[in-house]
Design a protein around this ligand. Structure first.
Ligand SMILES: NC(=O)c1ccc[n+]([C@@H]2O[C@H](COP(=O)([O-])OP(=O)(O)OC[C@H]3O[C@@H](n4cnc5c(N)ncnc54)[C@H](OP(=O)(O)O)[C@@H]3O)[C@@H](O)[C@H]2O)c1
Length: 380
């Protein structure tokens, strides 16, 4: 890897540009941005390609506004290339994680997903998204808010096991900003080591990550879903994971869950396509008195909550969008401590590494691999 400290900074960089919703992407050469106060300029090394990126750029994600023209891309690992004027802890050359949850500095309730868009039509969020942080991470360089840029212990994470390191590749580390989503959910319901938690579904990108994170946090995990082969694959890779295949009959499915004894918590992270699934009602009813439930999915329809069960059991039901800044530090610490495994040891695979020019192929391979740890990466 070349030494960024001794390399002259170029005056331009290449980026994958989305000019309009549904239009083909183009490679554009742009001037290196200024490091405005509150920012650093990061040389991107690996930028992860989300499985649903084609849907998103085609305008098919319900409720999402995207700021065209813009550079998409939400999760990356890079090195600080220019430290901004008010940077206090990041130096040129520092390996960093970039994550996409941008909040207004003067109002943290104004939020958008960097390189992706804003859910809803809050004019303040649209303004924030269209300004300084419009361009995301499918690019050789990016201007990053200091709040979304996290230092990584390079020696520990990338160093060889013989030298006391964990031996990960830069691409392996991009998963940290996927796994932090579930970490935020579990922190929101105060999941503790030794507790039993349902994760449903359990076989997607974010839901599979939730199984891995809950297991790393020391919980006993019930990975719940429809697809037995996919569930078995997940269980084979994770300690303390039992699998439960639900068939769609609430009574029978509830009995299958209750065989595992008292269930302390339940994290749901269902997609739109699960809007008619009975599993949410079943899992809610399986949680023990004083249990906690985190709803993180994007279920399109309202679901019939078992109201009296929730009341009699003193359930806490909490919605959770993304995570707190402290959670990003938390997931990094979990990985640096070797507790959350990444890479080959965790059964993760890089399914494809592509230059920006091969974006169509990269999007295709990503769409074919909608499972946790099956990463597709732009190498830059
Ligand atoms: N709250 C937040 O901050 C946040 C952050 C990131 C993502 N999300 C949301 O999380 C959701 C899940 O993301 P993901 O990437 O893990 O998965 P995904 O690709 O959106 O969905 C795949 C998962 O859903 C299951 N599934 C699909 N259709 C189903 C149905 N009809 N009934 C039951 N299960 C069904 C699949 O199980 P099979 O194996 O059975 O097919 C698989 O486990 C997304 O909708 C995303 O928008 C929320």
């Amino acid at each position: 890897m070349s030494d960024i400290k001794s390399e002259p900074l170029p005056s331009t960089y290449r980026a994958l540009m989305c000019s309009g919703v549904g239009e083909p992407l183009t490679i554009q050469t742009l001037p290196i941005p200024d490091a405005v106060p509150g920012s650093v300029i990061v040389r991107i090394l690996a930028s992860s390609v989300h499985t649903g990126i084609e849907q998103m750029l085609a305008g098919k994600v319900a409720g999402l506004s995207i700021p065209t023209p813009f550079v998409p891309g939400t999760r990356a690992i890079g090195r600080v290339a220019i430290a901004g004027p008010d940077t206090t802890s990041l130096e040129v050359g520092q390996l960093v994680l970039l994550e996409p949850f941008i909040r207004g500095r003067d109002d943290p309730n104004v939020q958008f997903l960097w390189g992706f868009g804003v859910f809803g039509t809050n004019p303040k969020a649209l303004k924030l998204m269209e300004g300084t942080w419009r361009d995301g991470l499918f690019a050789e360089y990016a201007r990053a808010p200091l709040e979304n840029c996290f230092a990584l212990d390079e020696r520990l994470l990338l160093g060889s096991p013989a030298a006391g390191g964990l031996g990960y590749s830069v691409a392996d580390l991009t998963l940290l900003s996927t796994h932090v989503v579930a970490y935020g959910g579990f922190r929101g319901i105060d999941l503790k080591a030794g507790e039993t938690v349902i994760v449903a579904p359990a076989t997607g990108v974010f839901s599979g990550a939730a199984v891995e994170v809950a297991s790393a946090l020391g919980a006993r995990v019930l990975a719940v879903g429809r697809n037995i082969e996919a569930l078995q694959e997940i269980a084979a890779r994770n300690a303390r994971v039992s699998i439960v295949q639900l068939k769609g009959n609430v009574e029978e499915d509830l009995a299958s869950l209750k065989k595992f004894g008292p269930i302390d918590a339940y994290l749901d992270i269902s997609p739109h396509s699960a809007s008619d699934s009975t599993h949410i009602r079943t899992c809610l009813m399986a949680v023990k008195p004083y249990g906690r439930v985190s709803l993180m999915g994007t279920v399109a329809k309202d679901i019939a909550i078992p109201y009296v069960v929730a009341m009699l059991n003193n359930l806490t039901i909490r919605g959770q969008y993304m995570y707190e800044r402290d959670d990003v530090r938390g997931i990094i610490k979990l990985a640096e401590a070797g507790v959350l495994k990444l890479g080959k040891e965790a059964g993760h695979r890089i399914e494809g590494r592509f230059p920006l020019e091969e974006w169509e192929k990269a999007f295709e391979v990503a769409a074919q691999n909608p499972r946790v740890g099956k990463s597709v990466i732009f190498t830059l």
